[in-house]
Design a protein around this ligand. Structure first.
Ligand code: NAD
Ligand code: LMR
Length: 332
């Protein structure tokens, strides 16, 4: 029997990530090839005409799984009945800007959209914040949508996770699909800590540690980390626009694994509400290694953290605490 459609909200749908993301969702990349979807697309009035153009293209593409499209500039209409909300709308970082520069523009957006989601989304709606500063926008959304369970609010660090997989695959000249269990700790910013201490590569002789195969700690503790941390800025420098196709694809990976589950023996990175695991201060949205089952994520427990890693986990937590304070100061 055909499944009932799932309603997926994309905010900022007329923007460049939105333009890459909505066809992926309509093709089943996010929720599966047998899952019909109804797309809800929100943007602001100056982008209304462009948004309507995206709607026209979705109709023209005749996606078999796409059972309806709502394109609107009204947040209440956009949020009504949605089961998944991908929050992309916001003010993007431009060349030379730090995420903090766009903070005040984005916190007020996330405060008002939190209320619309809380009042009008379907119960148990899963929320993914993509727009930067992603962790702190998600925290603001959580604060202003108190009836949405904190387990349902997340931010995107899967792009950083995928970037780390990509760097290891290039360095070792192995398939990216054979590399697993890297971790992105902390903020989706240049303070994030891409950690390979538990990562492995599938080989004919079984899984081998990345550290053993790379056999170059100076590279793993230096250039590898900074390349992943700075990749967003490198894309902006090259394209004069922030990453879009990789962000859209990673957003699909994030929701797919959250809803459908992570493969056995594999974890992924998600920005989630800290419960104090790994001595990360509770009350931050922080990227952890997680596994997902039955639509719920859980933080992978018991991983060893060496002194080098500890400092990096603490530094990115410190930045998030500062961002949180700055965000609250923008709200008052
Ligand atoms: P963009 O400027 O092309 O698109 C943003 C869209 O949001 C625009 O269409 C704009 O009109 C719309 N918008 C602005 N305010 C809105 C509001 N209040 N409600 C609804 N829509 C609104 O930007 P983009 O390149 O698509 O990037 C979107 C966001 O994603 C940026 O904040 C960017 O920094 C961030 N980003 C995050 C990651 C990540 O991994 N977390 C990766 C790449 C980009
Ligand atoms: C990215 O990681 O590509 C984006 O978050 C862009 C940015 O602002 O760095």
């Amino acid at each position: 029997m055909a499944k009932d459609p799932v309603r997926v909200l994309v905010t900022g749908a007329a923007g460049q990530i939105g333009y890459a993301l909505v066809p992926m969702i309509a093709r089943g990349v996010m929720l599966g090839a047998d899952q019909p979807v109804i797309l809800h697309m929100l943007d602001i009035p100056p982008a209304a005409e462009a948004l309507n153009g995206v709607k026209m293209e979705l109709v023209d593409a005749a996606f078999p799984l796409l059972k309806g499209v709502v394109a609107t500039t009204d947040a209440v209409e956009a949020c009504t009945g949605v089961n998944v909300a991908v929050m992309v709308g916001g003010f993007p970082r431009k060349e030379g800007m730090e995420r903090k520069d766009v903070m005040s523009k984005n916190v007020s957006i996330y405060k008002s959209q939190a209320s619309a989601l809380e009042k009008h989304a379907a119960p148990n709606c899963k929320v993914l914040v993509v727009a930067n500063p992603a962790n702190t926008n998600a925290l603001i959304l959580k604060e202003y949508a108190p009836s949405i369970p904190e387990k349902n609010i997340s931010c995107l660090t899967r792009l950083d996770h995928n970037r780390a997989l990509g760097q290891i695959s290039e360095r070792l000249n192995v398939q990216v699909s054979d590399v697993k269990n890297v971790i992105i700790w902390g903020n989706h910013s240049s303070s994030q800590y891409p950690d390979v201490n538990h990562a492995t590569v599938a080989t004919p002789a079984g899984d081998k540690p990345v550290r053993e195969l790379v056999a170059d700690d100076a590279w793993l503790n230096g250039e590898f980390i900074s390349t992943v941390q700075q990749r967003g800025a490198a894309i902006i420098k090259a394209r004069k626009l922030s990453s879009a196709l990789s962000a859209a694809s990673s957003a699909c990976d994030h929701i797919r694994d959250w809803v459908l589950g992570t493969p056995e023996g594999t974890w992924v990175s998600m920005g989630v509400y800290s419960d104090g695991s790994y001595n990360v201060p509770a009350g931050l949205i922080y990227s952890f290694p997680v596994t997902c089952k039955n639509g719920e994520w859980s933080i992978v427990q018991g991983l060893s953290i060496d002194e080098f890693s500890r400092k990096k986990l603490d530094a990115t937590a410190e930045e998030l605490s500062e961002e949180k304070a700055l965000a609250y100061s923008c709200l008052t």
